[in-house]
Design a protein around this ligand. Structure first.
Ligand code: PHB
Length: 393
């Protein structure tokens, strides 16, 4: 027996993109059903990046008291770029009059889940999408299995794939689950979470002869740090002492405040953009549509930017019967996506030491870093991209 539910928009994936989309649609009076194969607990505890652009925070403000980005998160008015043992502050406030907020993605998710449930959203965990049928008709369907393995279908007027980098919706939209523009990198990040006070007031992005390190934060008592490593690194290969040694030697000039390391992971670097973002009545947003390396902290912010455009397109389609917003969605979204692709690639190549880097490459890289930090325009270029380009729509 297949259970079928009917709604206006079926949303596959309860990450930041899917949940925020359901909120924006609800604000416009458009009902949706959100499914995710993970449990609520898994969704709320997945450790991801932690920087929100100002525009992202402003959009989350529409959740009212449910958004704790401004109360629990911390505003950051700059970052430090460190190279050749010296720190150079990029002052966001002075350069572009904007800021970012340090507020971990899993906290954003807790806020979004709480807000959606309080609003009566039909949000189902443990439901696995298996495919999409009738994508090119006005009644597309999501074929799924519920938490008990029973067949489950959502019949809608539109389907959104906000189902992450292993998207099942992508095959329907792009013709294949792999189809896209793609780049890999010869390094990864070894990430740790530790119990310690912050080592610095702001994030430090450090380029050193031993490779890149990022000193980030989570709270007054928990810190997040990364160092460049080989993509095949085994997280168990280092003792805690060795991890501190690796981190410390990449951040000369700052004595890192150490404490027990309670989580370690290796983040692989990929750049990816799907060949297509929309087919008929199905569209992709967020990681289903694109992946960026983590260096510029653009991943979640870009997902939210897609959602902002798609929500508007769906309002026009479903409230006014006007398809033009939807027709324009891929091109509009791709403009920002490729800017963010460039920025993430550029921050990555600016700061990391490629395994095959020559003495020329190293000196050229320092020249590039100086070009940025010693110029008002260079600093403004970085600050504008990091804080998020203004929305022009
Ligand atoms: C993080 O805190 O996880 C983080 C911060 C900044 C980045 C990437 C990751 O550029």
């Amino acid at each position: 027996m297949t259970t079928t539910v009917r709604t206006r928009v079926a949303i596959i994936g309860a990450g930041p993109a899917g949940l925020l989309l359901s909120h924006l649609l609800d604000e416009a009076g458009i009902a949706s059903v959100v499914i995710d194969q993970r449990s609520r607990d898994e969704i709320e505890s997945t450790i991801r990046a932690g920087i929100l652009e100002q525009g992202t925070v402003e959009l989350l403000d529409t959740l009212g008291a449910h958004s704790r980005a401004r109360t629990v998160g911390h505003r950051h008015d700059g970052i430090e770029l460190r190279f050749e043992g010296e720190g150079h502050r990029i002052d966001f406030a002075a350069s572009v009059g904007r800021a970012v907020w340090l507020y971990p993605q899993h906290e954003v998710l807790k806020d979004l889940v709480a807000a959606r449930l309080a609003a009566g959203q039909d949000l189902r965990f443990g439901v696995t999408a298996e495919g999409i049928a009738d994508a090119e008709t006005s009644r597309p369907r999501v074929i799924a299995r519920d938490a008990d393995g029973q067949p489950f279908e959502i019949e809608a007027e539109f389907v959104v794939g906000s189902d992450g980098s292993r998207s099942i919706a992508r095959a329907t939209v792009s013709g294949s689950s792999q189809g896209g523009f793609f780049r890999e990198y010869p390094f990864a990040w070894f990430g740790i979470l530790c119990e310690a006070p912050p080592s610095a007031d702001e994030l430090i992005y450090s380029n050193s002869p031993d490779g890149f390190a990022l000193v980030s934060q989570r709270s007054d008592t928990v810190q997040r740090m990364y160092f460049q490593c080989d993509p095949d690194t085994d997280t168990a290969a280092f003792s805690e002492e060795q991890l501190w040694e690796e981190l410390q030697k990449r951040v000369p000039g700052t004595t890192l405040k150490q404490g027990p390391i309670f989580q370690r992971d290796v983040l692989r670097f990929r750049s990816f953009v799907a060949h297509e973002l929309r087919r008929g009545r199905v569209a992709l947003v967020g990681d289903a549509a694109h992946t960026v390396p983590p260096t510029g902290a653009k991943g979640m912010n870009l997902a939210i930017a897609d959602v902002r455009l798609l929500a508007d397109a769906l309002r026009r389609l479903l409230l006014e019967g006007d398809e033009r917003g939807l027709d324009a969605y891929p091109e509009k979204a791709l403009r920002r996506i490729w800017k963010a692709q460039h920025f993430s690639w550029w921050m990555t190549s600016l700061l990391h030491v490629a395994p095959d880097a020559t003495a020329f490459d190293r000196r050229r890289q320092v020249g590039e870093l100086r070009t940025v930090v010693e110029s008002e325009h260079g600093r403004a270029f970085l600050a504008e991209a990091y804080c998020g380009w203004p929305f022009t729509d």
